[in-house]
Design a protein around this ligand. Structure first.
Ligand code: CMC
Length: 363
C-alpha cells in the first residue's frame, strides 16, 4: 500500500484570509480579487487589508505607512550579525537566522500587529544590507520619503527607481503576499501553535520557503527569455523547442486548470508597461506567441502562462539579480504569514496530527 504523505486534501484550518480556487482560477484576499488589488493598490494598503480584514481609509493608510517606514532600521546587533555570517552562506539562510535573532524583546507570545509591522518593514532592509555587503558595495540606508516597494529597490541599487519598475514590482509583491495553506504558511502556523513567538514562526516559514519545491527562483524562464533575445526570434525558437518535445518554462500549472489569476494580473501590468522597457515588450510578445503555439502543439491541454513567467519577466526588466528572486518573494509572503499568525492566535490549539506506525513490532 502507498505510504501516506503530504497531507494532500487535508483541511488544516478555517481561514478568513484568502481563497485559492484552482478550478475556477480564483484568488481572493479578504473578499477582494487579488488581481484587482495588484493593479489598483499599493503594497501598504494590501498588507493592511490582509492583517486587518478591511482596506484602510486615508488616515489609517497614512498611519500604517508611517509605522512601516519607522520600523525599517536594523538594530546594531543585527548589523553586527549580518557582518560576521560567512560570505558563502546563501541569503535565504541569512534571512532565516536574522529573523530568528529578533526573538525576545517585543517578540513574545501572543503575536501582535506591531510585531507584524516590524518584521514586514525590516525584511527588505536585511535583504538589501546583506546583498550589498556580500557584493562589496556600501550599505544604503532606507529613505523615509519612499514607499515600501520603491525603498526596497532604492536600498538595493542606491538609485531612485523608475515609477514603471516600482509599479511592476509592487504588483508582483501583492500577488505573492498570500496563497492559502502553502508549506511555509503551514510551517509558521505549526510553530506558533506551540505558543512560540512570531519571529520564530516566521524564521521557520523562511526555512520552508527556501526549498526549491516552494520558493525556488524562476531562473529557467530567464534563461528562455535570454535565449530568445528578440521578438523576431520568439516564434522559431518556441517552435523548435516544442518540436523537440521540450516544455516551455513558465507555462502550465498543476492547480490552476484554467488561467492562473496571478499571471493574468501580472500580464496586465506588464502589458501596460510595455513600450517603457524592451524586456516588458519581449515578455508580452513571448507570452502571446507561446500560448498560440502551445494550443497548436498541445491541443486541448489549456496551457497558459503561470505566475513564474511574469514574475521572472518583471524581475528581469527591473534587473533584479537572480539570487534575490526568492528573498523578494519572501518580502512579499511575510505579509501572508503575519496575517495567518494573527489568525492562528485567535483560535489557537497546538497542531498535533497523528502518524500510522508501519514499522516492525518487537519480537
Ligand atoms: N510546455 C509544453 N507542454 C506542456 C507544458 C509546458 N510548459 N506543461 C504541460 N505540458 C503538456 C505536457 O507535455 C503534457 O502533454 P502530453 O499529454 O501530450 O504528454 C500535458 O501538457 C499535461 O502535462 P502534465 O505534466 O500532466 O501537467 P502537470 O499538471 O503535471 O504539470 C507543470 C504542471 C507546472 C509541472 C507543467 O505545466 C510544467 O512542467 N510547466 C513548466 C515548468 C513551470 O513553469 N513550472 C512553474 C509552475 S508555477 C509554480 C507555482 O505556482 O508556484
Amino acid at each position: 500500500m502507498a505510504k501516506v504523505t503530504g497531507l494532500d486534501g487535508i483541511v488544516a484550518a478555517d481561514t478568513d484570509i484568502s481563497l485559492v480556487d484552482g478550478t475556477q482560477g480564483h484568488l481572493v484576499y479578504r473578499g477582494f480579487w487579488a488581481k484587482d488589488l495588484a493593479v489598483q493598490y499599493e503594497y501598504e494598503e494590501v498588507a493592511y487589508l490582509l492583517c486587518n480584514g478591511v482596506l484602510p481609509d486615508q488616515a489609517q493608510n497614512q498611519q500604517f505607512t508611517k509605522n512601516l517606514t519607522e520600523s525599517r532600521q536594523l538594530p546594531e546587533a543585527l548589523k553586527r550579525l549580518l557582518d560576521i555570517i560567512p560570505r558563502e552562506m546563501p541569503i535565504m539562510g541569512v534571512l532565516q537566522t536574522a529573523i530568528a535573532m529578533l526573538s525576545g524583546g517585543i517578540f513574545i507570545w501572543p503575536p501582535t500587529k506591531e510585531q507584524a509591522i516590524r518584521i514586514t518593514a525590516i525584511l527588505p532592509t536585511i535583504i538589501a544590507y546583506r546583498y550589498r555587503m556580500q557584493n562589496g558595495l556600501s550599505v544604503i540606508e532606507p529613505k523615509p520619503e519612499l514607499g515600501h516597494t520603491a525603498n526596497f529597490l532604492y536600498m538595493l541599487t542606491g538609485e531612485l527607481p523608475k515609477p514603471a519598475h516600482v509599479k511592476a514590482l509592487g504588483a508582483y509583491l501583492i500577488l505573492g503576499m498570500e496563497h492559502g495553506m502553502n508549506a511555509s504558511t503551514f510551517a509558521s502556523r505549526v510553530v506558533l501553535s506551540t505558543q512560540s513567538d512570531m519571529a520564530s514562526a516566521i524564521s521557520a516559514a523562511i526555512g520552508a520557503m527556501k526549498g526549491p519545491l516552494h520558493g525556488g527562483a524562476p531562473t529557467e524562464v530567464i534563461a528562455m527569455l535570454d535565449a530568445i533575445g528578440s521578438k523576431e526570434h520568439a516564434e522559431p525558437w518556441i517552435r523548435e523547442s516544442l518540436e523537440r518535445g521540450d516544455r516551455l518554462m513558465g507555462f502550465g500549472h498543476r492547480i490552476y486548470k484554467t488561467k492562473d489569476p496571478r499571471a493574468e494580473a501580472l500580464r496586465e501590468v506588464t502589458e501596460a508597461l510595455s513600450g517603457n522597457d524592451p524586456w516588458f515588450d519581449l515578455a508580452v510578445h513571448v507570452e502571446k506567441t507561446a500560448v498560440r503555439l502551445l494550443a497548436e502543439y498541445k491541443p486541448g491541454r489549456h496551457l497558459y502562462a503561470n505566475v513564474e513567467f511574469f514574475a521572472a519577466s518583471i524581475m528581469r526588466a527591473i534587473a533584479l539579480p537572480t539570487e534575490l528572486f526568492t528573498p523578494t518573494f519572501t518580502a512579499a509572503r511575510v505579509v501572508g504569514w503575519s496575517a495567518h499568525l494573527l489568525e492562528q492566535a485567535e483560535v489557537n490549539r497546538i497542531f498535533r496530527p497523528q502518524s500510522v506506525y508501519t514499522g516492525p513490532m518487537p519480537g
